[in-house]
Structures are given as C-alpha cells and as structure tokens.
Design a protein around this ligand. Structure first.
Ligand SMILES: Cc1cc2nc3c(=O)[nH]c(=O)nc-3n(C[C@H](O)[C@H](O)[C@H](O)COP(=O)(O)OP(=O)(O)OC[C@H]3O[C@@H](n4cnc5c(N)ncnc54)[C@H](O)[C@@H]3O)c2cc1C
Length: 533
C-alpha cells in the first residue's frame, strides 16, 4: 500500500492551496485526491460566457446537486451546482472576489474560535493575493492568486453604478479594503491575459512538477479508515480503472477538503456523524458527532430582470456585433478581462443596521437563474439581490451508504422570516436604483417580477416563488467549541486523531461575501496549523 505524509481529499478552492503549502517542504510527501477530471479544458480556462454556462450544467465538471424545498418555499427543488475538477467550484464559478465584513470573522472568534478574528485572519487573505492594483494595508501584490479589475463593461453596467450613486448608495472603490459598504465594479480572479484564475491555476500549476506531490484525478473517495480513533488511510474508487477500490496510507494526517457536501458526506460514510441516522443506514459508528451535516447556510437570492431599449447589452443579435464580442475571448494577446456579473456591492436593507445585510450583483445580460432558458436574443439586464447573513440553517443527510448517491440537501430558506423581510426591502431598494435617471436610456420594461407585483405581500410571494441559491454555501462541518461543532479551532475533527476538515464547510457562520476568497484564507491558515502540528 502506498504511503504519504499527508493525503488531501478534494482539489477545490481549499485543496489546491493545501497541496501547494504542504508540499513546499521537499521532505514531505503529499497526495491530492480529486473525484473529477483534470482541469485541462478550454471551457474552464476561457471565460467566454457560453463556456461559463456549459460549466454550470456539465455533468463532467459539475456535481449538479439539488436541494429540497421546505414549509416556506414548497416542494420546488433548488439547483446547487458544485465544481468537480481540479480547482473545484472555483473552476466553474463567476470569479467575483470579495472577502466579507470584519465582523464576520470577529463573530467566529466570539463563538470561541480563538485566532479567527479579523485582525488575525487578514494576513492569510493577503498571503495568497496577487492584487493587480498594487499592495497596501489590505492587499498584497506578490501572492499567487490573481485579483484584477475587468477591462470591459457593457454600458448598462456603468450606468448601474451611476444609478446607485443617484439613489444615495455609497460608491466604494474597494469593498475588500477599509470600507465594506458600497457599490462599484467587482474585482475578479482572472490572469492579466483574461484566463480564469481558479485554485488549480494559482496554486497547483506553479508546483505540479514537485516530486513529492502526487495528484490523482478520477479518485472518488469512499471513506477514511480509522483504527482506535486514529485516521490512517483513505479508500477511493479509481474512476479511470473500472471503479477499482484503492487504499492509500497517511503517515501524518488526512485532510478533508471536499467542500460543503463532499466533506460531511465522507465523514458520515466513515462512521463519523449523527449516530442514530448512520445506524439506520447500517454504517458502523466510529464517533457520534451530531453536528456533521448540520448548520448548512446559503445566501438566498432573487433576480429582477429588465429589457434594455438601447440594445447595447449582451445579446446574440445583431450577429456581427456578437461575433466581434465573442472573438475577443479568442484573440491572442487581447488581454480581455471580463465577467458577465461585473457590478455590485453591499448595501443595508435598513439604515439602522450596523453592517450591510444585502449584496447586489448586476449583469448586462437578460438571463434566467442558473442560465436556464437563457434568452439573450433580446437585450436586457438583471439585478441579483442576495441576503448575506441568514439565520436559517439547513442540513445534509445521507440517504444511503452508497458513496455515489447524492445526499439529501435541505436548504431551509426563510425558516427564519428575517431574511424574507430583508429581501422585500431589498427588492424595493433595487427597483428604486433601476428607476434612476442613469438607467433611463436602457429601461424599457421590468419583466420580472413585473408591474403587477406592487405591494409588500406581492413581493413576498414573488420571492418565495423565485428564490434560488447564489451558490454561496457553507457551514456543514462547523468549527467551534459547542457540542454541535465538528472541528475545533485548529480544524481537527473532534474525537479523531490525524483528521482535519479544511474548506468552506468549517465556517461557523457564513461570511457576507462570495465564498472563494474566505475559503482560500481558511486553507492558508489551515495549512499553517497542519505544519505546526
Ligand atoms: C456556479 C458557482 C458560482 C460561484 N460564484 C462565485 C464567485 O463569483 N465568487 C466566489 O467567491 N465564490 C463563488 N462561488 C462559490 C465558491 O466557488 C465556493 O464556495 C468555493 O469554491 C468552495 O470551495 P471548497 O474548497 O470548500 O469546495 P470546492 O471548491 O467545491 O472543492 C471541493 C472539491 O472536492 C471534490 N470532491 C467532493 N467529493 C469528493 C469525493 N468523494 N472524493 C474526491 N473528491 C471529492 C470536488 O470534486 C471538488 O473539486 C460559486 C460557486 C458556484 C458553484
């Protein structure tokens, strides 16, 4: 049986960084196991919006999970895409770079997670960052992960920012700096030549040659093997070899970085989780940890959609215009840096709030949620309104002991009505922004929800009917010191030696941001904790 010092399960936002940092010491042998294929596809690297649409729906590169509805949203199911390749969800995401509010991390520390307050985590945000505006107290320009300003925006996106100013929303050039509140164009994870800078590009490509690093793709992990409370090996199915079952030994530690669904699923398959549930499935209990799969959080999102009378948004007609636009993604040295959802930021649903609770995301593209039934033949634009600090909690439960079966995901949106009421206010704020003078050259008609949606009750009904995930999911293996915590503040699984979870699932409370940047921060700090032992 092959042995490594460290085995990392899952090559996503967190796993790729961990592989880099842990293999930095040439004396340490590291293995990275990823269920998906390699990321050597132009669909991933070329950021043309059609490729992004493909990735969102591709069974090859996407797990394509569905979450269940609840007593508020009804039987409707919610599409929860997750990346399945080297780079994980960062290889299929929208590349928006935001970190969260300082109080997000101070709250983690206040919950007993020493060393996770904002002042303590800021250096770990900086360490990996390659900020193309240059370095300052909040940014570093010498890391591996590109953070860059797009150099192309459709006219409606530029007008949206002006409309926010006209509506009295603060303009903020750096929502990842001193001030969090406000709106501007987003910074994104792309290289200066306009390629996706996902975690595999930033953290694996520069070190793939290391002799002490083994990367195995097509390795679907089944379980972690334990002996007397100590994790010592990983069992996986080799998908390139007729699903043959393989085992690798870990001399020092096994690290789960399989994301918010994969990490709790593998723990439960290994016998670590809520004992009664696991017993029902015939799984032998190694450690009764009731918090595994609980504490699941997401940012619920609704989209307003408008027709654009200027005809300047991203459309398939007229053809010559469209072809000219698309060809920019393929021209050598065109350095075309673009993402469809390019403008937005953080606002308060109520001025009395201390910290903004909503995110706005604007795209000059007449799209439906998840790109389903995209209707780009007509010019238009959309504005997402997402709740950033939900109280509602969902859960992930195994439905079977089969490692290939998708677990049951309960999103539980609006279990706490607070989020619904904040989004009602958010829709009204968004409509006010989109009716400002700056948007008049574009504003032909509000298509969704439309003019018949007038009262607060109408808006409430619209939100309940149309709410979707904006793909920011976290918290299913939470870090903490209470009896629902799965890992301690050093990210060690309670009651098991040599096993950690290091990814977005350890967030005790979801950050008020897109999730890739804080996940990379968690991995950066986690790598240091592993090395220090
Ligand atoms: C469509 C979409 C758009 C998004 N847009 C943005 C955005 O613009 N900005 C932003 O900051 N965030 C965005 N996010 C969220 C962000 O990308 C994720 O939250 C983040 O990448 C999660 O990182 P992670 O390391 O926890 O998990 P992941 O990156 O999901 O990595 C987990 C890895 O583990 C692998 N894995 C899972 N199970 C197994 C198994 N059994 N065996 C082996 N390997 C396994 C997976 O294949 C995957 O590669 C988006 C997400 C999606 C899906």
């Amino acid at each position: 049986m092959k042995s490594f010092d460290y085995i990392i399960i899952g090559g996503g936002s967190a796993g790729c960084l961990l592989a880099n940092r842990l293999s930095d010491n040439a004396q340490t042998e590291v293995c990275l196991l990823e269920a998906g294929p390699s990321d050597d596809s132009h669909f991933i690297h070329n950021t043309n919006p059609v490729n992004m649409l493909y990735l969102l729906n591709s069974p090859k590169y996407n797990w394509k999970y569905y979450a269940e509805g609840n007593h508020k949203t009804g039987k409707r199911r919610f599409f929860w895409p997750r990346g399945k390749t080297l780079g994980g969800s960062s290889a299929v995401n929208a590349m928006i770079y935001t970190r969260g509010h300082p109080s997000d991390f101070d709250r983690w520390a206040a919950l007993g997670n020493e060393g996770w307050d904002y002042r303590s985590v800021l250096p770990y945000f900086l360490k990996s960052e390659r900020q193309h505006r240059g370095g300052d107290a909040y940014h570093n320009d010498t890391g591996e992960m590109d953070v860059i300003d797009p150099n192309f925006h459709f006219p409606a996106s530029t007008a949206f920012i002006e409309a926010c100013k006209q509506a009295g929303i603060p303009h903020n050039r750096d929502i990842n700096g001193e001030q969090y509140e406000g709106v501007d164009f987003f910074q994104i994870n792309q290289t200066p030549d306009g390629q996706r800078a996902h975690s595999a590009v930033s953290f694996l490509n520069p070190i793939r040659h290391r002799k002490n690093l083994t990367i195995i793709t097509g390795a679907h992990v089944n379980k972690v093997l334990m002996n007397d409370g100590t994790a010592y090996a990983v069992e996986y199915f080799d998908l390139k070899n007729a699903r043959c079952l393989c085992t690798l030994n870990a001399r020092r530690e096994i690290i789960l970085s399989a994301g918010i669904i994969g990490s709790p699923q593998i723990l439960m398959l290994s016998g670590i989780g809520p004992a009664a549930q696991l017993q029902q499935l015939g799984i032998e209990i190694v450690k009764d940890l009731p918090g595994v799969g609980e504490n699941l959080q997401d940012h619920p999102d609704v989209i307003l959609r408008y027709r654009d009378k200027s005809g300047t948004s991203l459309t398939t007609f007229p053809w010559p215009y469209m072809i000219r636009f698309m060809s920019r993604f393929y021209k050598k040295n065109s350095n075309f840096i673009f993402t469809p959802t390019d403008a937005g930021g953080f606002i308060k649903s109520d001025p009395s709030l201390e910290v903004p609770d909503l995110q706005l995301q604007f795209a000059s593209l007449r799209m439906q949620p998840h790109g389903a039934g995209l209707t780009p033949t007509l010019a238009g634009y959309v504005l997402h309104i997402c709740h950033m600090r939900p109280n509602s909690r969902g859960r992930i439960r195994l439905t079977s002991a089969d490692p290939f079966a998708h677990p049951r995901i309960e999103a539980n949106y609006f279990d706490d009505e607070m989020e619904l009421e904040a989004l009602v206010k958010g829709v009204k704020i968004a409509r006010n922004i989109l009716s400002q003078p700056a948007m008049q050259p574009f504003n032909k008609k509000e298509e969704v929800p439309g003019a018949s949606c007038r009262t607060d009750e109408d808006i409430r009904r619209f939100i309940l009917k149309k709410v979707e995930s904006v793909y920011h999911t976290a918290g299913s293996c939470k870090m903490g010191i209470d009896n629902m915590a799965v890992v301690d503040p050093r990210l060690r699984v309670y009651g098991i030696r040599n096993l950690r979870v290091i990814d977005s699932s350890i967030m005790p409370t979801i950050t008020g941001s897109n999730i890739h940047a804080p996940t990379v921060m968690i991995a950066e700090k986690g790598a240091e904790l592993v090395v220090k032992g």
